[in-house]
Design a protein around this ligand. Structure first.
Ligand SMILES: *Cc1c(COP(=O)(O)O)cnc(C)c1O
Length: 386
């Protein structure tokens, strides 16, 4: 079976985990947690990383730090994984979804601005935060998004859960927004088995996040609480895995980019298939997942037809994230798009258009060139390409 994205061991995981166990630091703090944060800061070249138990926890605390309160509205990209926006609801706030643009598949800056002014007009209040996402590792148009956000004074939580190692205009994704989110879940570019990080702009913010993530316990001899806290710190054992994994991170990013290049050249002559690529050379995806668009007119196949046919050949692929405006739990949430939503040309937006055509290909950094060639050949066969 050729899988979508498997954990890829770096070599030192067992040694570091044994050290953690021998040191009896089997708790959600310890030397490996501190070391992992240091290594993240070094790799990113900016920001102050706080290691947490999950990317979802990082989004939650990013929104807390942004000051999101019950009754607020929070803007979020619609085409994403539900973890980008579920924490908005944990805080008693309401998500407002923004459609994607076709270059990056991420938040359309023009629609963002239109939504902000419309929410202000309708509710008399500005949204409390913006969650921008770098889908499949492809950086969103952060310069435009940050400019709009700062014009209205709205903090940005940058969901870089899929984009560790991606660059945008020479900066690492996760360090551009007011807060950046990383995930180290099992299928991400590096893993701690489960974990995440919130990247803060200042040391003060990072120390506040550490406080909130350890039950907001005040510095007194007894347990004393002035703030609602969370149990969100990363375990020292998980951080030991992370320390080993991050040693190989540059190679992992290179390999995912190589795999994308193999797909690009291998699939270039198939009519009806487009490999999603960086729109400019200042926007550089880590290609966490290589993705394609399948034109049904040309191929006679939907992405799910292709997925099932490949599965029969022992190849795992995945449909795109189903946009949040198409999810039952979010059907009442406001949705903004540049495409017509009523009349004859009505569509569910660019996100739905992409969802109807997109497929994620096996992209794990442990895939061999031969395995990638097998996927390419299988795709050609499924699409009857001679
Ligand atoms: C994986 C992911 C998350 C959540 O991270 P976890 O570590 O799984 O909680 C958030 N946003 C996006 C876009 C993701 O892909």
């Amino acid at each position: 079976m050729i899988k979508l994205s498997l954990p890829h061991l770096a070599g030192k995981e067992q040694e570091y985990v044994s050290n953690a166990i021998a040191s009896t630091w089997i708790v959600p703090l310890g030397p490996y947690v501190d070391e992992f944060e240091k290594r993240l800061d070094f790799y990113l070249g900016a920001g102050n990383a706080v290691a947490l138990s999950a990317g979802t926890a990082a989004i939650h605390l990013g929104l807390v730090m942004a000051g999101v309160k019950p009754g607020d509205e929070v803007i979020c990209q619609s085409l994403t994984f539900a973890a980008s926006c579920n924490p908005i609801v944990y805080l008693g706030a309401t998500p407002v979804f923004i459609d994607s643009e076709k270059d990056t598949w991420n938040m359309d800056p023009a629609v963002l601005e239109e939504a902000i002014t419309d929410r202000l007009r309708l509710t008399g209040k500005l949204p409390a935060a913006i969650v921008a996402v770098h889908l499949y590792g492809m950086p969103a148009k952060m310069e435009e998004i940050m400019a709009i956000a700062s014009r209205y004074g709205i903090p940005v939580v940058e969901d870089a859960a899929e984009a560790l190692g991606s660059d945008y205009k020479g900066r690492k994704c996760g360090t551009i927004g007011d807060f950046g989110v990383l995930s180290f879940n099992g299928n991400k570019i590096i893993t701690t088995s489960g974990g995440g990080a919130l990247i803060c702009s200042t040391l003060e913010e990072a120390s506040r996040v550490r406080f909130l993530a350890t039950q907001a316990r005040e510095n007194r001899p007894y347990y004393y609480h002035e703030t609602i806290g969370y149990n969100y710190r990363l375990s020292n054992v998980s951080a030991a895995i992370g320390c080993a994994q991050i040693e190989e991170l540059p190679q992992r990013v290179d390999r995912r980019r190589q795999i994308h290049a193999l797909y690009k050249s291998g699939l270039s002559d198939i009519a009806g298939i487009t490999v999603h690529d960086n729109p400019t050379d200042e926007i550089r995806s880590n290609f966490w997942l290589s993705t394609i668009l399948i034109d049904k007119e040309h191929t006679g196949k939907t992405p799910d037809d292709v997925r099932l046919a490949l599965l029969e050949k022992g190849i795992e692929t995945r449909l795109l994230w189903r946009p949040m405006n198409m999810q039952p739990i979010y059907k009442e949430a406001p949705f903004y798009t540049s495409t017509p939503t009523t009349g004859e040309d009505a569509t569910g937006g660019v996100g739905e258009w992409l969802f109807d055509r997109g497929l994620c290909l096996p992209s794990g950094s442990s895939l061999t060139d031969n395995e990638v060639a097998t996927v390419i050949d299988a795709l050609k066969e499924v699409l009857n390409h001679e």
